[in-house]
Write a protein that binds this ligand. Structure first.
Ligand SMILES: [Zn+2]
Length: 235
């Protein structure tokens, strides 16, 4: 196909715009993807923060349970001691001493359980705090990502109308060239593409050396075709 060199660039621009319009509708803004990822991360972190909070609640209940058991055992200890001052029967005294020993030993166990629970709740509270900080940090990031998406969408909507540019380009190109371009584009969805190094910009196939040589030696006012997909190639 014959076409002046400066018009070849316009034909390529026309083909590129028309090709990009075909995929534009389904294209997602990268800012939207980023926001979705951050929101998912925030959601996971909030759940982890909730679990950390629940672990603290459970440990607080455990401490209350230990303290309540301790109070009951101390009462039993006092009661055993009081009864021992009055009891004279050796069997009764033996039973009371046995019970007193059991209560004291259980209190000692509870005290070490309580110490362990206090150590754990300290670590668990730190965990809640660090999750809280992560949540706040992610909330800030999500907020920033939302603003970026808003401005990206605004920029996307305010972009110059491509239909006007397409009309300008078509007005400048010869009718028979447009007819040929439209016909090939109808067949392969591309019509005209850039020839880059050794590859066709339409089908992206690396062409064999003989074809590359043929394309390179074609007169510059002629548009060679990709031997594979038929796309006209602009060098
Ligand atoms: Zn091709």
């Amino acid at each position: 196909m014959k076409l002046d060199v400066e018009l070849q660039q316009k034909l390529l621009e026309l083909a590129n715009i028309e090709r990009s319009l075909g995929v534009e509708v389904s294209q997602e803004l990268p800012e939207a993807r980023e926001l979705v990822q951050l929101e998912a991360q925030l959601d996971r972190t909030r759940k982890a923060a909730g679990s950390a909070r629940m672990a603290v609640d459970d440990m607080e209940l455990e401490i209350l349970r230990i303290q309540s058991d301790e109070r009951k055992l101390r009462a039993r200890e006092r009661d055993d001691k009081a009864q021992l001052t009055a009891a004279t029967d050796p069997d009764v005294r033996r039973d009371l001493e046995h019970d007193l020993y059991a209560a004291k030993s259980r209190i000692a166990d509870l005290m070490s359980e309580l110490q362990e629970a206090h150590n754990q709740i300290h670590a668990l509270r730190n965990n809640v705090e660090s999750h809280g900080a992560q949540v706040s940090e992610l909330e800030r990031k999500v907020e920033a990502a939302r603003r970026e998406l808003d401005s990206a969408q605004a920029a996307h909507e305010a972009r110059p109308d491509s239909s006007q540019r397409l009309a300008e380009l078509r007005a400048e190109l010869p009718a028979e060239v447009l007819a040929e371009y439209d016909s090939v584009r109808h067949e392969n969805g591309v019509g005209v593409a850039q020839f880059t190094n050794r590859a066709c910009g339409g089908c992206y196939i690396q062409l064999p050396p003989a074809s590359v040589n043929h394309i390179r030696t074609t007169s510059e006012t002629l548009l060679p075709q990709c031997p594979d997909c038929g796309t006209y190639l602009v060098r």
